[in-house]
Design a protein around this ligand. Structure first.
Ligand SMILES: Cc1ncc(COP(=O)(O)O)c(C=O)c1O
Length: 414
């Protein structure tokens, strides 16, 4: 944990726990490095579903080419904070109201998930036009991945054969402009596998367009860049990924490739900080009960992993009885919920953990608070803190944000 962040956490009172603490300078540095590693021709959208906290979006806006949203709610939220930023709208089951909202709120790209959705779009268009990507579920072999959304039967996107029916609808309707294809097949791939997958996608897309005499100018290859919760310091190799993409794109100088990562962008900047309420032994196994739990940080339950954490010792024990503790032994960290599923980390060896010590869970910046079932058992919500560095020149960040919007390339092409 960075010293500045640790100092902020040390300044919290126990009453403020559990707390989500976001490290904004670390987020900016991380996304800056991602952007720098990518070829200019690759556009970077942030998938807002990973974490749509406005402070995070604001920190990211200076470095990304836009946001990817997956609902009318996310779209309204992004537009309320960023009236101008380019937005792509994807996700299955869009309602007519959402399609209409997308057109009203100036979405640059609509990712169409089925022929029916395309026909719905034609029914709400009126005099307006829409720029679409067709989402396709390619028959590719996926390496072992955390979450597969394609390459097998799936509700996401269309089988290749169904694309032709969409082409017929588009050919008959001048209001719809086909810009290209969208392919998000999996989450949790490391750089080499992700690159190999993208090469397969681009080769397939090129052949598909060629045989139909289509001018393919854009392919959105999705997100899913891997995050390893078991090895918090082992990050997706953006440098190797960027270099590989640069080589791949040499073959097709006119194609714009777009990526839309979420987890790998914001996971590392968030910390969920809480306190040990009880330590006990059950049939020889140690348990530490923490304030809060998976209703605040569902990530370990959703992904079935041990969430990485740091112990922050607290020496202010004032009770007259012996302080419950575990020393140099495995302990299971659980929350306050009345369910055996409320486990944040299982059988993890700690040097020492006492009632009253604080625990800071790392990698809590993506699919964490926003995917959790907050109201179950009606515990208080956490407090939220956005740690920033006053030495960072806001004017410069704003300027970069404006440049990023102005510099949006293919998304704004006429
Ligand atoms: C269409 C689409 N794009 C992007 C993402 C972001 O994926 P990740 O957060 O794994 O990068 C998702 C996640 O489910 C998605 O469904």
């Amino acid at each position: 944990m960075r010293a500045q962040l640790r100092a902020h956490i040390n300044g919290l009172t126990a009453d403020e726990l559990p707390a989500y603490v976001y490290d904004l300078p670390a987020l900016r540095a991380h996304v800056h490095a991602i952007r720098a590693a990518l070829p200019d021709r690759v556009e970077l959208l942030y998938a807002a579903k990973a974490n749509s906290d406005p402070w995070l979006l604001q920190a990211l806006a200076a470095y990304v080419d836009g946001f990817e949203v997956a609902s009318g709610g996310e779209l309204g939220h992004v537009r309320a904070h960023f009236p101008e930023i380019p937005v792509a709208f994807g996700g299955p089951g869009k309602t007519p109201a959402e399609l209409d909202q997308a057109l009203k709120e100036g979405v640059q790209r609509l990712h169409v998930e089925s022929e029916h959705e395309l026909r719905l779009l034609t029914s709400v268009l009126g005099e307006r036009t829409a720029d679409v990507l067709l989402r396709v579920n390619l028959p590719v072999a996926l390496a072992s991945v955390a979450l597969a959304m394609g390459g097998r039967p799936s509700p996401f996107g269309m089988d290749p054969a169904q694309l032709d029916r969409c082409l017929a609808v588009i050919a008959a309707d001048r209001r719809i402009r086909l810009r290209g294809l969208h392919v998000h097949l999996a989450s949790g791939l490391q750089a080499t596998d992700q690159l190999a997958l993208i090469q397969q996608i681009l080769a397939w897309a090129g052949d598909w367009a060629h045989t139909r005499r289509l001018d393919l100018t854009e392919v959105n290859v999705g997100g899913g860049m891997g995050v390893d919760y078991a090895r918090p310091h082992h990050r997706f190799d953006w440098a190797a990924f960027g270099a590989g993409l640069r080589r791949t794109l040499l073959r097709d100088p006119r194609l714009t490739v777009r990526i839309e990562p979420g987890r790998s962008v914001t996971a590392y900047c968030g910390w969920y900080v809480t306190q040990v309420l009880d330590v006990k032994s059950s049939r020889g196994e140690a348990f530490a009960v923490l304030r809060g739990g998976t209703h605040h940080l569902r990530t370990p339950a959703a992904k079935q992993h041990d969430h990485p954490f740091e112990v922050i010792p607290d020496d202010s024990w004032r009770q007259p009885w012996e302080r419950p503790e575990v020393r140099d032994q495995p302990v299971t960290l659980v929350g306050q919920l009345c369910t055996p599923k409320d486990v944040l980390a299982r059988h993890v060896r700690v040097e020492r953990l006492r009632v009253g010590d604080w625990i800071a869970f790392a990698m809590a910046g993506a699919y964490a608070w926003n995917i959790s079932h907050h109201e179950f058992l009606m515990h208080p919500h956490p407090t939220f803190h956005h740690v920033d560095d006053p030495r960072i020149d806001d004017a410069e960040a704003v300027e970069r944000a404006e440049m990023s919007v102005a510099g949006m390339r293919a998304l704004q092409a006429p």
